[in-house]
Design a protein around this ligand. Structure first.
Ligand SMILES: [Fe+2]
Ligand SMILES: [Fe+2]
Length: 292
């Protein structure tokens, strides 16, 4: 096979591996309210995404300008396409979460702080920092996404079985697993500096999870169900699993700090391929990302 046709087939494989699915979800606002006690840490993550994911997209668009490897560049374009769909869908869900009660409108204050942080990072931090942050976040969600599929967490969420709210979470977790190598590869291509990635990526994880905690805590204290019972909600085991699952997730996240870490070497749970196929079939459209 010639070098040119080899690259062509790698580009095609990249597009097939990370399809940009355009999804239609019809989520019932009443279900968002009723499922809150079981799902609220997931809602805490959702609240970050309309700020985090546009920041990742801005970072990756900047990185594209410096990328000289056509396959890595196509990976970055597929990543941008997938992330741009994620935050649009989560913004709709977040409007429903805030609308549950007047108290939850107070989430906007934390959202404003987070958006200010990400705008500041784009404007004042280096591309190297922003890419290392992106990889810190992606490595953590990849570990979390794998654990969700391996432990069949989506099957345990009793309040949302067979609903579009569940499909939203599965679709997003699935695409996070599919594009898990992208931020690692572009950082490696442009910088390859392990120690810097370690420090800035760890800061990124701390920064992101601090906001997930702030959002989740706010929801736990201000949800109508919490106000009715006079105390904050406590996370459900259906979502977070038992101590063994939590320990194994911590172990998986700690592996990303090792010098030899490469997401391409991680084992993908068997059921992911079936979800990939099924969600591609459910998509209204599959968008093709092209070089501009
Ligand atoms: Fe995403
Ligand atoms: Fe992602």
């Amino acid at each position: 096979m010639s070098v040119q046709s080899n690259i062509e087939s790698e580009l095609k494989a990249t597009k097939d591996r990370m399809p940009v699915r355009i999804m239609d979800f019809e989520i019932d606002p009443k279900l968002v309210r009723d499922a809150l006690p079981e799902l609220f840490p997931g809602y805490g993550i959702s609240m970050t995404l309309p700020y985090l994911e546009p920041y990742l997209v801005r970072t990756m668009r900047e990185a594209l300008k410096h990328c000289t490897d056509p396959v890595v560049a196509q990976e970055v374009r597929q990543f941008i396409g997938q992330e741009a769909q994620h935050y649009r869908q989560h913004a709709v869900l977040n409007d429903m979460i805030r609308s549950i009660s007047p108290e939850l409108e107070g989430l906007r204050e934390i959202e404003d702080q987070l958006e200010a942080d990400y705008q500041r990072f784009t404007q004042t931090k280096s591309l190297k920092f922003n890419l290392a942050y992106a990889e810190g976040f992606e490595a953590a969600t990849f570990a979390g996404g794998r654990a969700n599929f391996r432990n069949h967490v989506f099957d345990r969420l009793e309040t949302i079985q067979n609903t579009d709210l569940l499909r939203l979470f599965i679709w997003h977790a699935l695409e996070e697993v599919e594009h898990s190598t992208v931020t690692f590869n572009i950082y490696d291509h442009l910088y390859g500096d392990y120690l810097y990635r370690l420090v800035a990526g760890t800061y990124g994880q701390y920064h992101f999870f601090k906001y997930v905690f702030l959002f989740s805590k706010f929801i736990a204290q201000n949800a109508p169900q919490a106000i009715e019972q006079g105390r904050a909600l406590w996370p459900s085991k259906n979502l977070l699993g038992d101590w063994k699952e939590q320990l194994s997730l911590l172990g998986a996240i700690s592996k990303v700090y090792l010098p030899g870490y490469n997401p391409a070497k991680m084992e993908i749970p068997e059921n992911v391929a079936q979800y990939s196929k099924s969600y591609a079939e459910q998509a209204r459209d599959i968008r093709v990302m092209v070089a501009r």
